[in-house]
Design a protein around this ligand. Structure first.
Ligand code: BG6
Length: 467
C-alpha cells in the first residue's frame, strides 16, 4: 500500500530536455561542450526536447497524467552565464514561469540545482571543481535560487549523483590527466563538491521557509559473486567507494574512516583544512534521493606484480570500473539486461531502500528510475509494454520496501518525456511521452503519449492499487 500523500512524479534535467542552449543569455556548459563534440554521431543539447519553448504544453501533459511532483534541474549557466558574476534575469524569468505553471496545475516543483552541467566559464577561469572559487560560485548561485524561487519551491536537491558524476572524466572536465593524476584530481573535485553541498544545504534551511534539502545518489547494490569471504568483502568495497562514502559524508558531516584509510593507502588524500572539517560538519540532510537503474556483482581482484592496490581499470563500463586489491565487476547471469547493458533488477531497489533507511534513518524518495531503450512509433502510437513491465516491477519492489517498514515518500519516473540520453543521444529513449525527432532529424518535435503514459495515469489515479 502506498501512503495517501505519496508523491507520484516524473523527472528530467535541464541539458537533456531544454534545448535553447544559447538563448536569452544562457552560457555554455560542460554538458553542452561534451555533447557538441559528439554532434556528428548523435543529437546534442542545442534543441534536445525543446522544453524551453514548449514547457506549457509539456506541463499540460503532466497535469493530464495526474503528476503530483515534477523533479527537474535548473541550468546554472542560465542564471549565471559565466558561472559567477552577473545574474541573467531572463534565466530567472524562465524558471519562474515554469514553477508558476506547475503550481497552477497542482504539481509540486522539486528542484535539482546542478545536474552534470557546470558553466564552462568556470572551467576556463578556475579549472572547475579543483578550485574553492567554484564552490563559492555554486553557493552564490544556490543562494540566488533560494531567494528567487524559495517562496514557492520547498524541496531542493543540491546536485545530481555526485558519486557517479565524479567518476566520469568528461563531466568533471578531466581531459588530459591520466592515471593517478586523474584520480587525485577527482578526489579534490569531490571534496569541493562536498563543501558546496554542506554550505548550500545549510543555506537552504536559512533562506527557504519550510524548505527541505537532500543529496541525490546513484544507488550501487553489489552482490558477491560467491560466498568466499574475499568476494563478500569486494562487494562491500564496491558499494562503499562508489556510493556509501558519499551518503555517509553528507549525513554524518565527515568522511567515514574506511574512506580516509583508503585515500591514505592509495596516496589520494586531498588537502582538508580545519575550516573544511567545520563546513562539512554543518551539512544538512532532510531526505535522501535515490536514482536507481541496476545492480552489480563482484569478486575480489587481487594485486599482482604488475598492478598496485587501488589501480583502476575499466570494467563493465566507465562508471562501473574495477579496482585492484578491491573488486572486479562480473555479469550476473540471473538477471536480464536492457538493450544497453543495464542489468534489470527490481529486487535490488528493495535492498537499496532497506539498506539506506536502516543506516541513515532519513526519508527516501526515488528521483530517477526508468528504462532506456529504442521505441518505435507506429500509426502515431508507441506500444512500450516493456517499459510498463520495468516500472511496474520497480513499483512493486518499493511497495515491498514500504511493507518492510522503510519510509519512502515518492517515486519519479525517469523521464517525463523523451530526453537526450546523458551520453547516447536520442535513440535511447526513457520518456512516458514520445518526442517525434531522431538523432539527426528534428522533425516536428511533436509530443505523443506512449502506452506507459496511460498506464502510469491509471496507477496514479488509483494511488498504486492498479499496478
Ligand atoms: C542518471 C542521470 O545517472 O542516468 C541521468 O542522472 C541519465 O541524467 C540517466 O539520463 C540514464 O543514463 P543515460 O546515460 O542512459 O542517459
Amino acid at each position: 500500500m502506498f501512503p495517501n500523500n505519496f508523491y507520484w512524479g516524473a523527472s528530467s534535467s535541464a541539458f537533456q530536455i531544454e534545448g535553447a542552449w544559447n538563448e536569452d543569455g544562457k552560457g555554455l556548459t560542460v554538458a553542452d561542450y561534451n555533447s557538441f563534440k559528439k554532434s556528428n554521431k548523435q543529437a546534442d543539447t542545442k534543441v534536445a526536447s525543446d522544453f524551453y519553448h514548449r514547457y506549457k504544453e509539456d506541463i499540460q501533459l503532466m497535469k493530464e497524467l495526474g503528476l503530483k511532483m515534477y523533479r527537474f534541474s535548473i541550468s546554472w549557466a542560465r542564471i549565471f552565464p559565466e558561472g559567477d558574476g552577473k545574474v541573467n534575469e531572463k534565466g530567472i524569468d524562465f524558471y519562474n514561469d515554469v514553477i508558476d505553471e506547475l503550481i497552477a496545475n497542482n504539481i509540486e516543483p522539486f528542484i535539482t540545482l546542478y545536474h552534470f552541467d557546470l558553466p564552462f566559464s568556470l572551467v576556463e577561469k578556475y579549472n572547475g571543481w579543483t578550485s574553492y572559487k567554484t564552490t563559492e560560485a555554486f553557493v552564490n548561485y544556490a543562494e540566488t535560487c533560494y531567494k528567487a524561487f524559495g517562496d514557492r519551491v520547498k524541496k531542493w536537491q543540491i546536485n545530481n549523483e555526485q558519486n557517479l558524476m565524479v567518476r566520469v572524466n568528461e563531466r568533471m572536465n578531466i581531459y588530459d590527466a591520466q592515471g593517478e593524476e586523474a584520480e587525485r584530481l577527482r578526489v579534490i573535485m569531490d571534496h569541493q563538491m562536498f563543501l558546496a553541498y554542506a554550505k548550500s544545504s545549510k543555506l537552504c534551511k536559512q533562506l527557504v521557509e519550510g524548505g527541505s534539502v537532500g543529496p541525490s545518489i546513484s544507488a550501487t547494490v553489489t552482490y558477491p559473486a560467491t560466498n568466499k569471504p574475499e568476494d563478500v568483502m569486494s562487494a562491500i568495497w564496491n558499494n562503499r567507494l562508489k556510493t556509501d562514502y558519499c551518503i555517509d559524508t553528507h549525513v554524518n558531516g565527515a568522511y567515514p574512516n574506511y574512506y580516509l584509510e583508503y585515500l591514505k593507502e592509495t596516496n589520494r588524500m586531498p588537502n582538508i583544512s580545519e575550516e573544511d572539517v567545520v563546513s562539512l560538519s554543518e551539512s544538512v540532510v532532510d531526505f535522501i534521493t535515490v536514482n536507481y537503474y541496476r545492480t552489480l556483482t563482484s569478486r575480489h581482484l587481487p594485486v599482482d606484480a604488475n598492478h598496485f592496490k587501488g589501480e583502476k581499470i575499466e570494467g563493465f563500463n566507465i562508471v562501473d570500473y574495477n579496482m585492484y586489491g578491491y573488486w572486479e565487476i562480473l555479469k550476473n547471469e540471473n538477471l536480464k539486461e536492457s538493450e544497453y547493458g543495464a542489468q534489470i533488477d527490481p529486487s535490488g531497489l528493495r535492498i537499496a531502500l532497506n539498506d539506506y533507511w536502516n543506516k541513515y534513518k532519513k526519508p527516501l524518495i526515488i528521483t530517477e528510475n526508468g528504462l532506456g531503450t529504442v521505441d518505435n512509433l507506429v500509426d502515431d502510437k508507441v506500444h512500450d509494454g516493456y517499459r510498463i513491465d520495468y516500472i511496474k516491477s520497480h513499483l512493486l519492489a518499493i511497495e515491498d520496501a514500504i511493507r518492510d517498514g522503510v519510509d519512502v515518500f515518492g517515486y519519479n519516473v525517469w523521464s517525463i518525456i523523451d530526453i537526450l540520453s546523458s551520453h547516447q543521444g536520442f535513440k535511447k529513449r526513457y520518456g512516458l511521452v514520445y518526442i517525434d525527432r531522431t538523432d539527426f532529424d528534428e522533425k516536428d518535435l511533436r509530443r505523443i503519449p506512449k502506452d506507459s503514459y496511460y498506464w502510469y495515469q491509471d496507477v496514479i489515479k488509483s494511488n498504486g492499487q492498479n499496478l
